[in-house]
Design a protein around this ligand. Sequence first.
Ligand code: C2E
Ligand code: CA
Ligand code: CA
Ligand code: CA
Length: 275
Amino acid sequence: AKAHGRGRWSFFTAEMHSDSIATKQLATELLVACDRNEFVPYFQPIIDAKSGHIAGAEVLVRWSHPKRGLLLPGDFLHVAQAMGIMNRIDRIVFSALREEMQHFDETGVMLPRVSINVSAGRLEDPSFIHDIKSSALDPGRLVIEILESVYLERMSETVRWALDELNELGVTIAVDDFGTGHASVQGLLKIKPSILKIDKDFIRPVLDNDDSKELLAAIMGIGKSLGMNIVAEGVETEAHAQLARELGCQYLQGYFFGKPMCAYDLHQILLKTGG
Ligand code: C2E
Ligand code: CA
Ligand code: CA
Ligand code: CA
């Protein structure tokens, strides 16, 4: 068997080997990054569809890597999640976020709300609620984005408790990436979010192609009848924005209005627009 399949086999093992080395290297670097607070919050504006004003911002984590520059969540979050260090990354981001919000408030710049992404495992972790409480972030201005697909099958007692605690604190719950995965009415009824974020991969084909508008309108109808506000994600053009408004989305988010940016850039924009 050795002689037979050797070339192929060793090719695969070599690749897997270098893969695991890369992952190990990344894991080591991630731990160092936690010690050095290398994670920074970036902000993408969320626009009020009616007024056109900035209604809030979604916080998207970036890793300011000393050698490789600014890394995106797709470059490292899966490894961080597998390592179980999302709690450490969250704490670093929360703390930086609190400082930025304080700076905004002190300079008279109003950012009404910030949304943070919470990965599935974090809501299962009772220390998440503790971290939110001790973050000194104003719960009334906080939106938590969760992925509905995760809780479709069953919602654990811990997650139920966490959602109730968040509600009690006055934190707003949003369901993220709606329309992807197995989004369902049952899932929505379990979570009872105030905000429904329609995923860019779901909304974009509709915005680019009139035929499928009915499906989106129907899904939005469900959200609306449950009293939810709808955010259209991935709005990249004026035409997208126009259609999303026509469909009745209350909020718009996407490159057309602004890419994720550092706190300084958002602060500059809010200063100019009188936010
Ligand atoms: P998401 O929550 O669905 O965030 C939206 C992603 O779409 C962001 O990618 C954003 O940069 C991108 N985006 C926004 N507008 C447009 C647009 O008009 N066109 C296109 N093509 N893309 C757009 P990003 O920053 O790379 O984040 C990827 C994902 O990583 C996020 O998806 C979120 O699930 C996750 N993530 C980001 N930050 C955090 C975090 O602090 N904690 C956790 N748990 N997850 C995070
Ligand atoms: Ca999100
Ligand atoms: Ca999303
Ligand atoms: Ca997404």
